[in-house]
Design a protein around this ligand. Structure first.
Ligand code: FAD
Ligand code: NAP
Length: 530
C-alpha cells in the first residue's frame, strides 16, 4: 500500500496550490480528482455565459510574483475558458499534474488511530495511507438536480450548468427550458435566449441582479495593476471581502438624503457590480436594505416592458440574503418574443413528460432542459466521502447532516486529527474572493504542517471547546446581519430536505486572517498536539 505525507482531494484552485506548497515543504503528496484535468469549478462549468463575478485582477493567485506578471486577463470578468486556461497555465508552470491522479474519486477516508494515519480509498479500488488528509473538494462542486417526477421519461436533452458537456452545445432551432435563476441561470439565460427558437424560464424565486458592466481590460490599466500589485495586495488584505472593487461603505444609508442615496445607487448601477456594500448598514438593517431593494425593483420595472412580466421578476425579500447576482442583459432578455417566464411558485412544476414539462396549469413542449438548480453547497462534496475520525464517527453524523456544523476556524474539526478543510464551513469562503481565501488557508495549513514536522508532532486536532467557541462566535457574527434571514443555499434551502446551520464567517477576511495568524503565532492555541 502506498503511503504519502499528504492526500489532497480536488484539483481546483485549492488542490493545486496545496500541492505546490506541500512539495515546497519537501513532503510527498497525492492529489485525487474526479475530472479529467485540473480546474475544479472552471473545468466543470462550461455553460454559455459562465464567468467570474469577482474582478479578474483579483481572481488569481498572488503567491508568485512571476505568475502575476506573466498572466494577463483580457476583461473585467473573465469567461470560463480563460479562467480554465489560467489554471492550466498554473499547473504547467509549477509542473503539478505529475502528482495528480485524474478520473479518480475519493470514496472514503478513515483515521486509523493505531498508526495515526488516514486510510484513503478511491473508486479504482485502491487504498493509500497518509499522515495528512486535506480537503479541496470545493464549496460548490456537488451539483444538485431536484428529483422532478417523470424526469427519467423525458426524451429531450438534459444539462446541468455545473456538469456541462465539453463539446459545444447548440440550442439553435430548439425549445429550451431553464430551471433556476441563481447566478448560473442568470448568466446562461441571455445567451441561450439568443440561440434558441424558444426559451422557457422556470423561475421559483425572483432574483435581484445588478449589471456586471463587463468590458475588455485596457492594456495600460492591467500594466498599471501589475506594476503596483504589492500595494494593491496589501490594501485588499485589509478589506472585508477580498477586492477593492467596492469597499464597504462607512456610513448608514440614512446618513444620505434620498436624493444622494439614489445618485449613489444610480452610479453603482452604471459602474457595475454588487450593491450590498454601498452603505455599512445594508447588510444589517432591514429598512436600510429596503432602500436598495426598491432601487433595483424600480430598475426591473424600467427595463422589462411588460408590467406583468416585470412584476413576476420583482423580488420581495431582502437584497443579499441570497448570494447577489451580476448579469449581462438578464432583465432585457424578457423583452424578447422568444422568451416566456413561468412563475413556478404560482404554478408549480408537476412533472416531466416524454416531450416536455408540465406545471399544474400548463404544458411546455421542450427539446432540451437546463438545470441551473445549483449545488448541495458547503457540505455536499464532503459528505459524499465517507469521512470517519476517531471512534469511527462520520463527519456527516458529527455535523448532523449539516444542521450542527462545528469547526475550529473553518479549518479543522474535533475528532478528525490532521484533517484540514480548505475554505471549509465557518470560514469566510464563499462570501469572499475565494482565490485569496484559498491562498490564506493553504498557507496556514502549510505553516501548521511545517510546525508539526519541525517539532516532531504526530497529531494535531481541534479541541472540542475551541470549536464550540468558534461556532458560537460565527453564529453571533452572522446573526448580527441579515444574511441568515433568507432562503438560499447558504442554509441549504435550495436542496429539498436540507437544513444547514449558517456556514460562513462574516467578520471579513482581514479580521479572520488576523485570528488565524494569532492562533499560529501562539503555537496553534486551541489545538491538541501530540
Ligand atoms: P472547486 O473548484 O470546486 O474544485 C474542487 C474539485 O474537487 C472539483 O474538481 C471536484 O471534481 C473535485 N472533487 C470533489 N470531490 C471529490 C472526490 N471525492 N474525489 C476526487 N475529487 C473530488 N468564487 C469567487 O470568489 N469568484 C467568482 O467569480 C466565482 N465564480 C464562480 C462561478 C461558478 C460557476 C461557480 C460554481 C463557483 C464560483 N465561485 C467563485 C466559487 C468557486 O467555488 C471558487 O472560486 C473556486 O473555484 C473554488 O476552488 P476549489 O479548488 O476550492 O474548489
Ligand atoms: P443557486 O444560486 O442555488 O440557484 C439555483 C436556482 O435553482 C434558484 O433559482 C433556485 O430557486 C432554483 N431551484 C432549485 N431547485 C428548484 C426546484 N425544485 N424547482 C424550481 N427551481 C429550483 O445556484 P447557482 O445559480 O448555480 O449558483 C450557486 C453559486 O455558485 C452562486 O451563488 C455563486 O456563489 C456561484 N456562482 C457564481 C457565478 C459567477 O457569477 N461568478 C456563476 C454561477 C455560480 P430558489 O431560489 O427558489 O431556491
Amino acid at each position: 500500500m502506498d503511503n504519502y505525507d499528504a492526500i489532497v482531494v480536488g484539483a481546483g484552485f485549492s488542490g493545486l496550490y496545496m500541492l505546490h506548497r506541500l512539495r515546497e515543504a519537501g513532503l510527498s503528496a497525492r492529489v485525487y480528482e474526479v475530472g479529467n484535468d485540473v480546474g475544479g469549478v472552471w473545468y466543470w462549468n462550461r455553460y454559455p455565459g459562465a464567468r467570474c463575478d469577482v474582478e479578474s485582477i483579483y481572481y488569481n493567485f498572488t503567491f508568485s510574483k512571476e505568475l502575476l506578471q506573466d498572466w494577463t486577463w483580457s476583461s473585467r470578468y473573465a469567461e470560463q475558458p480563460e479562467i480554465l486556461s489560467y489554471l492550466n497555465h498554473v499547473a504547467d508552470r509549477f509542473d503539478l499534474r505529475r502528482d495528480v491522479q485524474f478520473r479518480t474519486r475519493v470514496v472514503s477516508a478513515h483515521f486509523d488511530e493505531a498508526v495515526g494515519k488516514w486510510r484513503v480509498r478511491t473508486d479504482d479500488g485502491r487504498e493509500v495511507t497518509a499522515k495528512y488528509f486535506i480537503s479541496g473538494v470545493g464549496c460548490l462542486s456537488s451539483s444538485s438536480t431536484p428529483a422532478f417526477k417523470g424526469l427519467e421519461q423525458f426524451g429531450g436533452a438534459q444539462y446541468h450548468t455545473g456538469t456541462w458537456p465539453h463539446q459545444p452545445v447548440s440550442f439553435a432551432g430548439k425549445r429550451v427550458g431553464v430551471i433556476g435563476t441563481g447566478s448560473s441561470g442568470v448568466q446562461a439565460i441571455p445567451q441561450i435566449a439568443a440561440q434558441a427558437e424558444h426559451l422557457y424560464v422556470f423561475q421559483r424565486t425572483a432574483q435581484y441582479s445588478t449589471p456586471a458592466a463587463n468590458h475588455p481590460y485596457d492594456r495600460a490599466y492591467v500594466d498599471g495593476v501589475k506594476a503596483n500589485y504589492p500595494a494593491l495586495h496589501a490594501t485588499v488584505l485589509k478589506s472585508w471581502g477580498g477586492t477593492t472593487t467596492r469597499p464597504r461603505g462607512d456610513r448608514s444609508a440614512f446618513e444620505d438624503s434620498e436624493v444622494q442615496r439614489l445618485q449613489r445607487y444610480e452610479q453603482a448601477w452604471t459602474e457595475g457590480g454588487w450593491m450590498h456594500g454601498l452603505y455599512k448598514d445594508l447588510v444589517t438593517d432591514a429598512s436600510a436594505n429596503e432602500t436598495v431593494c426598491e432601487f433595483i425593483r424600480g430598475k426591473i420595472r424600467e427595463i422589462v416592458k411588460d408590467p406583468k412580466i416585470a412584476a413576476k421578476l420583482t423580488p420581495t425579500y431582502l437584497y443579499g440574503v441570497k448570494r447577489p447576482v451580476m448579469d449581462t442583459g438578464y432583465f432585457e432578455t424578457y423583452n424578447r418574443d422568444n422568451v416566456t417566464l413561468v412563475d413556478v411558485k404560482a404554478d408549480p412544476i408537476a412533472n416531466f413528460t416524454p416531450t416536455g414539462l408540465r406545471t399544474r396549469d400548463a404544458e411546455y413542449p421542450l427539446d432540451a432542459v437546463v438545470f441551473a438548480t445549483g449545488y448541495d453547497a458547503m457540505t455536499g462534496a464532503l459528505f459524499k466521502i465517507d469521512i470517519r475520525g476517531r471512534d469511527g464517527v462520520t463527519l456527516r453524523d458529527k455535523w448532523a447532516d449539516g444542521e450542527r456544523i462545528r469547526t475550529y476556524l473553518g479549518l479543522a474539526t474535533a475528532g478528525f486529527p490532521n484533517m484540514f478543510t480548505i475554505t471549509g464551513p465557518q470560514s469566510p469562503s464563499v462570501l469572499s474572493n475565494m482565490v485569496w481565501s484559498i491562498e490564506q488557508h493553504v498557507e496556514w495549513i502549510d505553516a501548521c504542517i511545517r510546525h508539526m514536522e519541525a517539532n516532531g508532532i504526530g497529531v494535531i486536532e481541534a479541541k472540542p471547546q475551541s470549536e464550540e467557541a468558534w461556532s458560537k462566535h460565527c453564529h453571533e457574527v452572522a446573526d448580527a446581519t441579515l444574511f441568515p434571514k433568507g432562503e438560499s443555499w447558504y442554509n441549504g434551502s435550495n436542496v429539498e430536505g436540507k437544513k444547514m446551520s449558517f456556514p460562513i464567517y462574516l467578520a471579513g477576511i482581514s479580521v479572520y486572517r488576523d485570528i488565524c495568524d494569532r492562533v499560529a503565532a501562539n503555537a496553534y492555541d486551541g489545538f491538541l498536539q501530540a
